[in-house]
Unconditional design. Structure first.
Length: 267
């Protein structure tokens, strides 16, 4: 006996497979883009401010971490700290994302050796100034690289969403058929169409996993993230929105196929 689903297709919800999940993923990408853009601007401003500070003479060309006692104006560390606080630590999301002290964040971004040199140095020799500026530029560049990856990820999401929308639309057409009143030949054709849709879902998942629909990963070490998806999508229900959407649509395709098989088996 044909069930209601067998009679009218699978009666699946008509919401396109990826719309909700992909839109949430897009919002996560937008948020991270805003965060990284603010940080790029902040490190740029910090580098320019430090580059404009006056410098003192070093005790020797081979710097060992400290100047000769009595040299320097004693305010270099405080001026760098002030610049850091008013640029890098002044981004709107700082407390939410980091919530660290100046020294902790400086060490995480620039490394403990440079952070210690800024703490212990009574002046600001030119070479130390150059090291700080270079470290700030590196922090800026690493975030710019992630911004590029986010743009490629957005393009990958859009491509996957378009492909899944096509699959969902074609499956909906199959679902709309009254299976119980279809001839065997038509049911066989519908089953073949579903096999093609299943293969397209599998291909899409393979492309995502193989890297075809994935950006090159490059995450700033200070972000301490285990991977790109975990870094970007940590706050979502799934850290793999593309694969999750493909899996959901694959299940729907399989349920439609099973409904056709039940009708064929009853004849």
């Amino acid at each position: 006996m044909a069930t209601r689903a067998d009679t009218r297709g699978t009666d699946e919800e008509r919401e396109p497979t990826g719309d909700v999940g992909f839109e949430r993923a897009r919002r996560a990408l937008e948020r991270e883009r805003d965060v990284l853009t603010a940080e790029c601007d902040a490190f740029d401003a910090f580098a320019r401010r430090v580059g404009a500070l006056g410098t003192t003479e070093a005790a020797s060309d081979a710097y060992d971490g400290l100047l000769t006692e009595g040299r320097g104006d004693g305010r270099a560390g405080s001026r760098v700290r002030e610049a850091y606080a008013e640029t890098v630590m002044a981004v709107p999301h700082y407390d939410e994302e980091y919530g660290e002290s100046y020294r902790a964040h400086l060490a995480a971004e620039f490394g403990p050796a440079l952070a210690a040199a800024l703490r212990d140095e009574p002046g600001l020799p030119a070479f130390l100034q150059q090291q700080v500026v270079a470290a700030a530029r590196e922090a800026e560049a690493s975030r710019a690289a992630v911004l590029d990856a986010l743009e490629r990820e957005r393009a990958a999401l859009d491509a996957a969403a378009d492909a899944l929308t096509d699959v969902e639309t074609e499956r909906a057409v199959v679902d709309s058929r009254p299976f119980a009143s279809c001839e065997r030949g038509e049911l066989a054709r519908l089953r073949a169409d579903l096999a093609d849709l299943a293969a397209r879902c599998e291909s899409l998942a393979e492309r995502r996993q193989s890297g075809d629909l994935r950006p090159e990963r490059r995450i700033p070490p200070s972000l301490d993230a285990p991977g790109f998806e975990e870094y970007v999508y940590d706050g979502l229900a799934t850290t793999y929105p593309v694969l999750s959407a493909v899996a959901r649509e694959s299940e729907r395709v399989e349920r439609t196929r099973a409904a056709i098989e039940r009708v064929l088996g009853a004849r």
